[in-house]
Design a protein around this ligand. Structure first.
Ligand code: A3P
Length: 309
């Protein structure tokens, strides 16, 4: 592993005051720990056809989709007063491929939870995921909000103030493709193109659509995963109970998410809940920045049929 790491291009993010070192592994950038985790998963992970993959680029709505999927899949086991989502951060409830291989193997053995989350780009998924025809849910979000969210997440994780860590520099690096699991456009395009070839195994969700109409999207998610809501459940308001449970307001105000931290380097859970809005980028972007990223995304997505907000 050490020899492999030595061969990879490295980049230290200037805006992070030298605190973030990314490695370029198989055409995407990420931290050393996650390169190692991704590599191990590729070498050893054996998917089961019943696995449901929750895939995303960081800061696009992973926490939200994981919460919804977990609440939907486990709704026979737990109700809204006993669900682990009330006492554990969702990243502890749904295993992450790059970190939790043992837990996933245990879940396979006990058939306890079919959900597996990953940030790996589509071409880097372990071969068995594709060979097993696993269902894949992919969430994506407009690039400008992802840039802002990504910046604040890493800045706060590093205890840097906005003065210490200039947003403009973080923006420039993102535009160069250097961000967690970036380039962001390649991440989306990988899943987008694969979904056109294999529409039966993909459900693509947009963060903005989820904001606009959480109920219908939760319904789509449940149907796609093979856990559809029955007419009785719909009448009893089960979908609404799940969407309220997983709402930003509810999740961000739970004690565990206000004060707890998780195994990912002791990261505070509250970092996963910032504003949860569509369009916060307007508070950060100059006109020039807006034009630059719009042009860049137009160039990258042109001819692909993919339209971000
Ligand atoms: P902001 O930083 O724009 O607020 P990820 O989960 O992929 O890391 O993405 C984090 C982003 O999703 C953050 O966006 C966070 O606030 C937002 N988020 C987390 N939980 C949410 C929820 N239940 N509903 C809506 N947005 C949520």
């Amino acid at each position: 592993m050490e020899d492999m790491l030595k061969t990879l291009p490295q980049h230290t993010c200037s805006w992070s005051k030298g605190n973030i070192a990314f490695y370029k592994y198989q055409n995407f950038w990420t931290s050393q720990t996650l390169v190692v985790g991704g590599h191990l998963a590729q070498q050893t992970f054996k998917a089961e056809p019943t696995d449901i993959f929750l895939c995303s680029s960081p800061k696009t709505g992973t926490t939200w989709v994981k919460s919804l999927a977990f609440a939907i899949v486990t709704r026979q086991k737990f109700d809204d007063s006993t669900t682990p989502l009330l006492t554990k951060n969702v990243h502890e409830c749904v295993p992450f491929l790059e970190r939790d291989l043992e837990k996933i193997v245990e879940n396979h053995k006990n058939s306890s939870l079919p959900l597996v989350a990953t940030h790996l780009p589509y071409p880097s998924l372990p071969e068995s995921v594709i060979a097993s025809n696993c269902k894949i849910v992919y969430v994506y979000r407009n690039t400008k909000d992802v840039i802002v969210s990504h910046y604040h997440f890493l800045r706060k994780a590093l205890n840097l103030t906005c003065e210490d860590a200039p947003f403009e520099e973080a923006f420039e690096e993102f535009c160069q493709g250097i961000s967690g699991y970036g380039p962001y456009w390649d991440h989306i395009l990988g899943y987008w193109k694969a979904s056109l070839e294999r529409p039966d195994i993909f459900l693509l969700l947009k963060y903005e659509d989820l904001k606009k109409d959480t109920t219908s999207n939760a319904k789509r998610l449940a149907e796609f995963m093979g856990y559809p809501f029955s007419t009785e459940e719909e009448k009893a308001g089960v979908i609404e109970k799940i969407t309220s449970l997983c709402s930003f307001e509810n999740m961000s105000n739970l004690e565990v998410n206000k004060t707890g931290s998780n195994r990912v380097g002791g990261l505070e859970n509250k970092l996963y809940f910032r504003k949860g809005e569509d369009g916060d980028w307007k508070n950060y972007f100059t006109n020039e920045m807006k034009q630059k990223i719009d042009k860049l995304m137009d160039d990258k997505l042109s001819g692909t049929g993919l339209i971000l907000k």
